[in-house]
Design a protein around this ligand. Structure first.
Ligand SMILES: Nc1nc2c(ncn2[C@@H]2O[C@H](COP(=O)(O)OP(=O)(O)OP(=O)(O)O)[C@@H](O)[C@H]2O)c(=O)[nH]1
Ligand SMILES: [Mg+2]
Length: 359
């Protein structure tokens, strides 16, 4: 009987039985770091790593949700299940129409092979990337094949989503043209695949060329140490954009240059190419060891997050520690102690507190 089991144990058993209500409940708990969240994630840990995590980012209105929906539909046609995480969506994904006019949500929402979750993470305790990663972990353990994570790229958030993803797709539009030169190096760094969407509008080719040139410059850099061939410096004669395209198209598994695809997502154009590029990127990730490196990095970051969270909780929820701190205020005021000596003292008297397994 499960009547005596802890609520977490019951929930974990329900997750094992793949009950949808348990999935929703587990996600709420880990998203908000409610009591028991670590027990749940700990129990699921051995089951994660099967799903493919795809981050989809770009400026507001670039067509991220449209691309996400078409990707989900095509994956479903291929027999794959899809979890969608919409991070701080400007318009909520859940219920009603996913994309307004064109593709109605109902067919997807009734499909148990698709699960959609909106995350409002601004100001959340654990931060954007850890909340997203935790929810993706639950979806992964639950057995979803593909996890699509949409976030608006407006600064820090796209960098955070990249940390939670295996592959990051950056979606730009012809209107991004003017700003392409000012695209932060960070955005260029995180993009594994570029999609220039709304290619039915003027300027799409220009944006693609601009991105390819920026990527080409990086490919040119990589050739810096290659000796000139027959006295001809071929770095100067090979078109960098061509190098980038060929590298992306080739079967190479040791290096990756982001392809720059074009799409008219509203009409479903370019989605097949995106899926092909995503599959190719997965093969590259696996063949080069990069997938393992990215996942190890995620584990590393997770331990740092958890450790910092526990240290904060144990210290600042402890009445004695707070009393000690208060008792030092006067000494700091008079100059007899400094915040630094007090911090050192506080840490050294907290060893037991910090190493105790209770939180
Ligand atoms: N002309 C044109 N419009 C498109 C295309 N793709 C999407 N749109 C439209 O662009 C608008 C925004 O699309 P969304 O998919 O909601 O964009 P988003 O990036 O998810 O937007 P936010 O989540 O609000 O940042 C919608 O009205 C779409 O119908 C396209 O290829 N061409
Ligand atoms: Mg959207």
């Amino acid at each position: 009987m499960t009547t005596t089991a802890s609520p977490e144990a019951k929930l974990i058993a329900d997750l094992d039985a793949r009950r949808p209500t348990a999935l929703a409940r587990a996600i709420s708990i880990v998203e908000n770091q409610r009591p028991g969240f670590d027990t749940i994630l700990g129990a699921l840990h051995s089951k994660i790593g099967r799903a493919r995590r795809i981050g989809i980012t770009g400026p507001p209105g670039a067509g991220k949700s449209t691309v996400t929906t078409h990707l989900a539909a095509q994956y479903r046609e291929a027999g794959l299940t899809v979890g969608i995480i919409a991070v701080d969506p400007t318009s909520p994904f859940t219920g009603g129409a996913l994309l307004g006019d064109r593709i109605r949500m109902e067919s997807v929402a009734l499909d148990p092979g698709v699960y959609i979750r909106s995350l409002a993470t601004r100001g959340s305790l654990g931060g954007l990337s850890s909340a997203t990663r935790a929810v993706a972990d639950v979806l992964d353990a639950f057995g979803f094949d593909r996890i699509l994570m949409e976030t608006v790229g407006v600064g820090q958030s796209e960098l955070e989503i990249a940390r939670a993803a295996d592959t990051t797709v950056v979606i730009l539009v012809p209107e991004s043209g003017d700003s392409i030169q000012t695209l932060k190096a960070g955005l260029m760094e995180i993009a594994d695949i570029f999609v220039v969407n709304k290619a039915d509008r003027p300027g799409a080719d220009r944006v693609r060329t601009d991105i390819e040139l920026m990527l080409g410059l990086r490919a040119g850099e990589a050739l810096r140490n290659v000796p000139a061939h027959h006295g001809v410096d071929f770095k100067k004669i090979m078109n960098p954009a061509r190098i980038a395209r060929e590298a992306a198209a080739g079967a190479q598994t040791e290096s990756w240059t982001p392809p720059v695809l074009r799409a008219v997502a509203a009409k479903g154009e370019g989605i097949g190419e995106l899926i092909t590029a995503l599959d190719r990127h997965l093969r590259y990730l696996e063949g080069s060891g990069e997938l393992r490196r990215r996942r190890r990095q995620r584990l590393r970051e997770q331990v740092i997050d958890v450790t910092e969270h526990r240290i904060r909780q144990r210290l600042w929820r402890d009445a004695e520690t707070n009393a000690f701190l208060d008792s030092k205020l006067t000494a700091m005021e008079s100059g007899a102690a400094t915040p630094f000596t007090v911090a050192d003292e506080l840490l050294s008297r907290s060893v037991d507190l910090l190493t105790r397994t209770r939180s």
